[in-house]
Structures are given as C-alpha cells and as structure tokens.
Write a protein that binds this ligand. Structure first.
Ligand code: HEM
Ligand SMILES: *[C@@H]1O[C@H](CO)[C@@H](O)[C@H](O)[C@H]1NC(C)=O
Ligand SMILES: *[C@@H]1O[C@H](CO)[C@@H](O)[C@H](O)[C@H]1NC(C)=O
Ligand SMILES: *[C@@H]1O[C@H](CO)[C@@H](O)[C@H](O)[C@H]1NC(C)=O
Ligand SMILES: *[C@@H]1O[C@H](CO)[C@@H](O)[C@H](O)[C@H]1NC(C)=O
Ligand SMILES: *[C@@H]1O[C@H](CO)[C@@H](O)[C@H](O)[C@H]1NC(C)=O
Ligand SMILES: *[C@@H]1O[C@H](CO)[C@@H](O)[C@H](O)[C@H]1NC(C)=O
Ligand SMILES: *[C@@H]1O[C@H](CO)[C@@H](O)[C@H](O)[C@H]1NC(C)=O
Ligand SMILES: *[C@@H]1O[C@H](CO)[C@@H](O)[C@H](O)[C@H]1NC(C)=O
Length: 321
C-alpha cells in the first residue's frame, strides 16, 4: 500500500512535470527563432513577397487572407495548404475557401527558395505568417515583428473550416462570437476586418447586399450591379474598398461610415451597434487603426501553434512528409 501510493505520487509528479514542460514548449514562439538555423529566411521571404506583389497587387491581399483562414482552423499550422488526395480531404474545398483563397503557388515558390538555403528548417506555417506581414507592408501598411517557431500540421479539418471561418452573412453578434471563440475581442475583430481595405470579393458574396439591403448608399449599390447581375456571374470581382483597393490604409472605415461596405458583414460593423464608435475612430485616425491592426495580427498569428515535437516541418507545403 505504501509502495503503491509512493509510486502513484511519483507518477503524478512526473505527469505534472511533463505537462508543465510541454505547456511551456507549446507557448514558445520567438522572433529570433531562425537567427542561427536560417539567418536569411526572413529576407528571402520578403523579397519573394515583394516580387509577387509587384507582379500582381492583389496577391498581397490573397496572402494576408491565407494566414487568417489558416489560423482560424486549429491554429496557424499551415493546415490550409494541404492538397486533397484520393484518401485525404483538406480545407481547400470548404465553403469560405473553395474558388476563393489564392496564393498557394507563391507560397510554393517561397518554400522552395527557403528549402534551397536551409533544408527542413523553416515551417510552412511561419512562411504564411511572415508573407502576410510582408504583404501588408508592401501595400503601404504597417509592419510588425512576427513570432516564429510554428510547426506544420499533419492534418486538416474541412468541417472546422466551414464552421469557424466567419461567413459574410453573419450579423454583428455572429462576427463578435466567431472572433471571441478564438480569444479575440470585438475591438480586435473590428481592427482585423480593416484587412478589407485591400483585395476583391466575388459577386456571389455581395449580391444580396446590393439588391436587397437598405443600409447601403444607393448609387454605390447601383454602380456594382452591372458587374454583378441578379442572376449568374457569381465569380465576377469587385474591390472590397472602392476608394483605394490596393493600398493598405484606413479607407475601409470611411467606406463603412458612408454606407459603402461591400459585404453584409462589413456594414454590420457600422450599423447602429456597439462597434460604430470604433469604426468612426479608425475612419478618422489612420495611426490608431494601423497600430491596433498590427497588434491584433500578432495575436491572431499566435493562435494555437504547434511547437516542440508536435507536427513537423513539411518539405512540400502541399503534403505531409
Ligand atoms: C470579420 C469577418 C470576415 C468575414 C465575414 C470575411 C469575409 C470575406 C469574404 C466573403 C471575402 C471575399 C471572398 C470571395 O468573394 O472570394 C473576403 C476577402 C478578403 N478577406 Fe475577409 N473576412 C473577414 C475577416 C477578415 C480578416 C480578419 C482578414 C485578415 C486578417 C481578412 C482578409 C481578407 C482579404 C485580404 C480579402 C481579399 C482577398 C483577395 O483579394 O484575394 N478578412 N473576406
Ligand atoms: C536576429 O536577426 C535579426 C535580423 O537579422 C537581427 O535584427 C537581430 O538582432 C537578431 N537577434 C539576435 C538575438 O540575434
Ligand atoms: C493514400 O493515397 C496515396 C496516393 O494518393 C497512397 O500513396 C497512400 O498509400 C494512400 N494511403 C492509404 C492509407 O490508403
Ligand atoms: C468547389 O468549386 C468548384 C468550382 O469552382 C465546384 O465544381 C465544386 O463543386 C466546389 N466544391 C465544393 C465542395 O463546394
Ligand atoms: C474536425 O473537427 C471536428 C470538430 O472538432 C471533429 O469532430 C472532427 O473529428 C475533426 N475531423 C477531422 C478529420 O479531424
Ligand atoms: C444574429 O444572427 C443570429 C443567428 O443567425 C440570430 O440568432 C440573432 O438573433 C441575430 N441577432 C440580431 C441582433 O439580429
Ligand atoms: C432578395 O430578397 C428576396 C425576398 O427575401 C429574395 O426572394 C431574393 O432572392 C433576394 N435577392 C437576392 C439577390 O438576394
Ligand atoms: C452616395 O454616394 C454618392 C457618390 O459617392 C454621393 O454623391 C451621395 O451623396 C451618397 N448618398 C448619400 C445618401 O449619402
Ligand atoms: C434567373 O435566371 C433564370 C434562368 O436561368 C430565370 O428563369 C429567372 O427568371 C432569372 N431570375 C431573375 C431575377 O432574373
């Protein structure tokens, strides 16, 4: 009995110790993670992002969104990059992603450049996080220090992509919950939505808004209808921010204040509810938006990373090793 309980206590002690060590390891991202193992990783990613954005400005928006859609599904673990195979279904055909997320080829190009200088060292998840930061900076937005050391998943989850990535049909309380489920505040949700100052949306995602909603500027709605007929042309594109679609600035919030949000979800942030004052603040102060945005991006980028011996460093971002 005495020996049973002392071994029991020893087992518990070891378990507690293991949990603490694992817990600490999993919290451990660092901005200098690749300083000795791949000192040129960040400069390599940045120059590849700069050339992709110079080639097509929208690519900056697409790379930013890729990071968001990665992080909201089981954390920032590059799960979104895994291709479907005969016996594996990933996240690419989830409703928010299918025919919509872009940038996979750019990530592949970056990954092969980084693999050629430091094989097996830099994760796909970190590449996506750094590429999002460099994309925003390339389009005139703020920069921030990216925490590094994320590892790549060996799984993906289609149903979580469908449930956890917020839909443009959500109302304000739905948007607040979707972000609060990830530990992000309503204020951070408003700041992160400022991403829609760049990039494009498909007609299918804003048709109901321009034909059926009343909290929209009438001439703005009319001007969108020729490119987005009431029937068909689902994939026709319009800019999320009509004022300056390829500049990362606070114009998105000016759009909202003048009832020119493109998506239903965009206008929800300024529709007589609890986030109106935050939108007004950002519409008047570019600096408060850019600062809050950068801080919220760091927080989003730290969602549930795989660290230590969890996950792997994929050789090819599209498949597990
Ligand atoms: C607040 C909830 C959000 C909703 C409901 C939402 C929804 C959408 C939708 C429907 C589109 C257009 C997709 C298409 O039509 O193909 C879009 C585009 C985009 N979203 Fe969001 N989004 C949200 C938040 C965010 C966040 C937090 C980020 C980044 C941190 C982001 C970044 C982008 C970017 C950059 C684009 C343009 C992508 C491109 O042109 O390729 N969005 N979003
Ligand atoms: C890590 O590398 C960056 C970029 O080269 C440099 O600015 C920074 O001082 C380095 N930090 C450490 C702790 O070595
Ligand atoms: C899954 O499919 C791949 C080819 O796409 C094949 O190489 C692999 O053996 C299959 N795995 C299982 C467990 O069926
Ligand atoms: C994805 O989109 C393609 C065409 O863009 C479509 O054929 C396919 O049915 C869609 N898949 C899902 C699961 O919605
Ligand atoms: C995806 O996540 C859901 C909800 O957490 C879970 O029930 C399901 O088993 C997961 N699917 C896969 C393929 O991991
Ligand atoms: C928001 O949407 C949810 C789910 O669709 C609904 O239950 C709720 O009543 C809506 N809230 C408001 C304020 O419209
Ligand atoms: C507009 O609303 C009506 C009534 O709810 C609906 O029948 C119609 O399909 C909607 N049109 C669009 C473009 O969403
Ligand atoms: C709608 O937008 C147009 C064009 O920017 C502007 O001239 C008009 O005053 C706006 N309408 C309202 C009601 O604000
Ligand atoms: C949409 O197209 C279908 C046939 O493709 C047609 O029957 C219907 O009347 C159209 N609806 C509208 C609102 O134009």
């Amino acid at each position: 009995m005495a020996s049973y309980s002392s071994s029991f206590i020893r087992t518990i002690t070891i378990c507690v110790f293991v949990v603490l060590v694992v817990g600490m390891a999993s919290a451990q991202l660092s901005s200098t993670y690749y300083n000795s193992s791949c000192p040129n990783a960040l400069s390599t990613i940045k120059s590849a992002v700069n050339s992709a954005v110079a080639n097509e400005r929208r690519m900056g928006a697409s790379l930013l969104r890729l990071h968001f859609h990665d992080c909201f599904v089981n954390g920032c673990d590059a799960s979104i990059l895994l291709d479907d195979t005969a016996n594996f279904t990933g996240e690419k055909t989830a409703k928010p992603n299918n025919g919509s997320v872009r940038g996979f080829d750019v990530i592949d190009t970056i990954k092969s450049k980084v693999e050629s200088i430091c094989p097996g060292v830099v994760s796909c998840a970190d590449i996506v996080a750094v590429a999002a930061r460099d994309s925003v900076a390339a389009l005139g937005g703020p920069s921030w220090t990216v925490q590094l050391g994320r590892r790549d998943s060996t799984t993906a989850n289609l149903s979580t992509a469908n449930s956890d990535i917020p839909a443009p049909t959500l109302n304000l309380s739905g948007l607040i919950s979707a972000f609060s489920n990830k530990g992000l505040t309503a204020k951070e949700m408003v700041a992160l939505s400022g991403s829609h100052t760049i990039g494009q949306a498909r007609c299918t995602n804003f048709r109901a808004r321009i034909y059926n909603e009343t909290n929209i500027n009438t001439s703005f709605a009319s001007s969108l209808k020729s490119n987005c007929p009431s029937n068909g042309s689902d994939n026709n594109l319009s800019p999320l921010d009509a004022i300056s679609p390829t500049s990362f600035d606070n114009a998105y919030y000016k759009d909202l204040v003048s009832k020119k949000g493109l998506l239903h979800s965009d206008q929800q942030l300024y529709n007589g509810g609890s986030t109106d004052s935050q939108v007004t603040t950002y519409s008047r102060s570019s600096s408060s938006f850019l600062t809050d945005f950068a801080n919220a991006m760091v927080k989003m980028g730290n969602l549930s990373p795989l660290t230590g011996t969890n996950g792997q460093i994929r050789t090819n971002c599209r498949k597990t090793n």
